[in-house]
Design a protein around this ligand. Structure first.
Ligand SMILES: [Zn+2]
Ligand SMILES: [Zn+2]
Length: 345
């Protein structure tokens, strides 16, 4: 089969590799779509301790089941399915309590297990039994279904931030995930959504997603503007949906007393030690927390929200490339000139 193989930092090669070997407990999927996540690009440039090259990346996957091991009863050949990234081990204390994205082993497709930038992806018994593998509603396309993964991460993050009716929510970072958050927090009852983004073209792209206020932080002081927009009080929820230490510092300054501040985007590994004024947290009684990935239940819910039309996920797909052109797809995703890029192997 054809696959985009990550062979080391800055090296992805399109080559012919054997179709993964089936066993009685696994499922083979013909990949139809795999979206490019920011983390795929970070692995390409910087590597990741959980990814040992050569490996096939990609974890925002959808496809058609072509073969099912004889012990598998959940799925059959011909099923259209979408997969999420985080694979619970099913046995640790976190998996036991239903938060498999916190699994102590932390397996994921496109990390320890071969991912979706290939013609076929194998779902091993762990993925089949505990993983986020769900049937795609009939009215949802493969491309759309692949984006259930990032939407699931959004749902997890916003649930943890406890967005409530009437909240003022600030989202810092207008990438596809930040833009999805606009739509979701409005559905959760946010009264005012403020989008903050440094690059102007990216901010312009985000305008159609319907935030109430757009702030270009390279042109104006985002903290002052948020305070202005909130009558000097600050926001109830601030989500850092980017990888910027400065955004995390600003987020505290934008917070109303008792606000929830979510460090949703991870910082680069060598740049995650920073100085925060923790007295802001202390005196304002802030709840500062993180979130990463999603559990299988979020993935299921994401697919349901896409299927019902509650979230118009097609709006977040801007470009499609074939597998041969995956590096062009990476470039497009990095250029900040579009939304999600989908690869169709
Ligand atoms: Zn992702
Ligand atoms: Zn586990």
């Amino acid at each position: 089969m054809k696959a985009a193989v990550f062979e080391g930092i800055e090296k992805i090669v399109i080559k012919d590799v054997p179709i993964p070997k089936m066993d009685d407990n696994s499922v083979l999927v013909r990949v139809k779509a795999c979206a490019v996540c920011g983390s795929d690009i970070r692995i390409f440039h910087h590597g990741n301790p959980r990814v040992k090259p050569p490996q096939i990346l990609g974890h925002e996957i959808s496809g058609e089941i072509v073969e099912v091991g004889k012990n598998v009863s959940k799925f059959k050949a011909g099923d259209r399915v979408a997969m999420g990234g985080d694979i619970p081990c099913g046995e640790c204390v976190y998996c036991e309590s239903g938060i498999g994205n916190n699994c102590s082993i932390n397996y994921a497709l496109g990390y320890q297990f071969p991912g979706g930038f290939a013609e076929y992806v194998l779902l091993n018994s762990l993925v089949v039994n505990y993983g986020p593998v769900h049937k795609i509603p009939d009215n949802v396309s493969y491309d759309e279904a692949a984006l259930a993964e990032p939407l699931a991460c959004v749902l997890n993050g916003l649930e943890l931030s406890n967005v409530r009716l009437g909240d003022v929510v600030v989202i810092i970072g207008a990438g596809p995930v930040g833009c999805m958050m606009i739509e979701v927090v409005k559905r959760m009852g946010a009264a005012k959504v403020i989008m903050v983004q440094r690059s102007k073209p990216r901010l312009e792209l985000a305008r159609r997603f319907g935030a109430d206020v757009y702030i270009c932080s390279s042109e104006e002081n985002a903290v002052e503007r948020v305070l202005e927009e909130t009558g000097g009080m600050g926001a109830d929820v601030i989500i850092c949906a980017n990888s910027s230490p400065e955004a995390q510092i600003d987020a505290l300054k934008m917070a109303k007393n008792r606000a929830r501040v979510n460090f949703f985007g991870g910082l680069p590994r060598n740049n995650s030690l920073m100085t925060l004024d923790t007295n802001i947290i202390h005196y304002r009684e802030l709840f500062v927390h993180g979130s990463h990935g999603a559990s299988p239940s979020h993935h299921r819910k994401a697919l349901e929200l896409i299927g019902s039309g509650t979230i118009k996920i097609g709006n977040y797909i801007s470009h499609k490339f074939c597998l041969d052109d995956i590096l062009e797809g990476y470039k497009m995703a990095e250029s900040h000139l579009g939304m999600r890029v989908v690869i169709n192997p």
